[in-house]
Design a protein around this ligand. Structure first.
Ligand code: PMP
Length: 385
């Protein structure tokens, strides 16, 4: 028996080869990653400061400017998920004691409020029922009352399925000397969005929805007005990792000749993100918006023919009465290898959520979901009687 300093043995479970199951990812995200993007992510690693990497970052920046429809120089991808970008926006734009107003019509406004509270902001929220939206008058009144420096709104509320109208809200915010922050994690590429024309000051998204890239990178952009606030703070933002002064240099957005190491970029994730933006650019943003709309309409028609009720939106189905939604989603996963999901936050137990994003936005996918739902309703019903 040889002497070993090891007291924890190599785990047996790691001796098994791992192969990820093949699934149709038709929930609210992540979506399926097409072979071309998977292949990009499997390219060899280079250094995070190598010139080729800086070029990839520059390409990503151009791709995000296209996807967001913005000329903003301060446009980057944060290393992290949608939540990381949310915190990046709030932590950089708000100082302790300043006011934040969040629009709550699902869970994302609640989470934004919680993030702002954590950095000592004065937080107020306007709240409407899940599935509802806010009128310009309501927003105007709330801004006049609370005088926040930042107003948060979710464009595509993935917990309820609402696509919130954006036109005119930027101007209202600016009239009140407030920055307009918009979450487009679930909507970017799937519904019309014009950052510059709509006066959005900070806009962020995620990689794993319409872009069809793996989760883990998050596009974000800051307007000139937002930069004025972000780069003239009295206090440093609470997070070093998300400090836009550092990230602006890291992404070559601060005009300085030298790039300073900030963190080791998730190199493979940037390859994938670049490829996903290249595909969006090739296909064309307007074509992508149109396809998502047409596929959603085709889907809705099929659902209504089955007698299912919809919330007034893209992907949220009112859970059919008498059924247990968990039984439906598990049945579909087990028998059709297909993910759809239940509600989230206020919509728990009331809805089923189907996401058909990027390459998954096709009539063939719709037919697959409808067939699975039809089958589940038949089977799950039988199992009850
Ligand atoms: N905002 C919205 C609207 C989302 O749908 C999601 C993801 N479900 C997020 C933010 C958070 O993104 P992530 O899970 O990548 O952190």
């Amino acid at each position: 028996r040889s002497m070993s300093s090891i007291t924890v043995q190599p785990p047996k479970c790691l001796q098994k080869t791992f192969v990820a199951p093949r699934r149709h990812m038709f929930g609210p995200g992540p979506s399926n990653v097409p072979p071309r993007i998977l292949a990009a992510g499997a390219e060899p690693i280079i250094g995070h400061m190598h010139p080729e990497m800086l070029e990839i970052m520059s390409d990503i920046k151009s791709g995000i400017q296209y996807a967001f429809q913005t000329q903003n120089n301060m446009t980057i991808a944060v290393s992290g998920t949608g939540h990381t970008a949310m915190e990046c926006a709030i932590f950089n734009a708000v100082e302790p004691g300043e006011g934040v107003l969040t629009a709550v019509n699902g869970i994302w406004g609640e989470r934004a409020a919680e993030m702002a509270e954590r950095i000592g902001a004065r937080v107020n929220s306007i709240v409407t029922t899940a599935g509802g939206y806010f009128t310009s008058e309501e927003i105007d009144r709330a801004l006049a009352k609370h005088k926040p420096v930042l107003f948060f709104l979710t464009h595509g509320e993935s917990s309820t399925g609402v696509v919130h109208p954006l036109d005119g809200i930027g101007d209202i915010c600016h009239k009140h000397n407030c920055l307009f922050l918009v979450d487009c994690v679930a909507s970017m590429g799937g519904a019309p969005l014009h950052m510059d024309k709509q006066g959005i000051d900070i806009l962020y998204s995620g990689s794993q929805k319409v872009l069809n890239a793996p989760p883990g990178t998050a596009p974000i952009s800051f307007s000139e007005r937002a930069c004025q606030k972000v780069f003239n703070r009295k206090t440093k933002p609470v997070s070093f990792f998300l400090d836009m002064t550092w990230l602006a240099n890291y992404w070559g957005c601060d005009g300085k000749p030298a790039r300073i190491y900030h963190h080791t970029a998730p190199v493979s994730a940037f390859y994938s993100l670049r490829e996903s933006l290249a595909i969006l650019a090739e296909q064309g943003l307007e074509n992508s918006w149109r396809r998502h709309k047409e596929v959603a309409e085709y889907f809705h028609e099929g659902l209504e023919n089955m007698g299912l009720k919809l919330l007034p939106t893209v992907t949220t189905i009112v859970a059919p009465p008498g059924y247990d939604w968990k039984e439906i989603t598990s049945y579909i996963m087990k028998n059709h290898n297909l993910e759809i999901s239940g509600g989230l936050g206020p919509s728990v137990g009331q809805v089923l959520r189907v996401g058909l994003m990027g390459g998954n936005s096709s009539k063939a996918s719709v037919d697959m979901v409808l067939e699975a739902l039809r089958d589940a309703l038949r089977y799950c019903h039988k199992s009850k009687v």
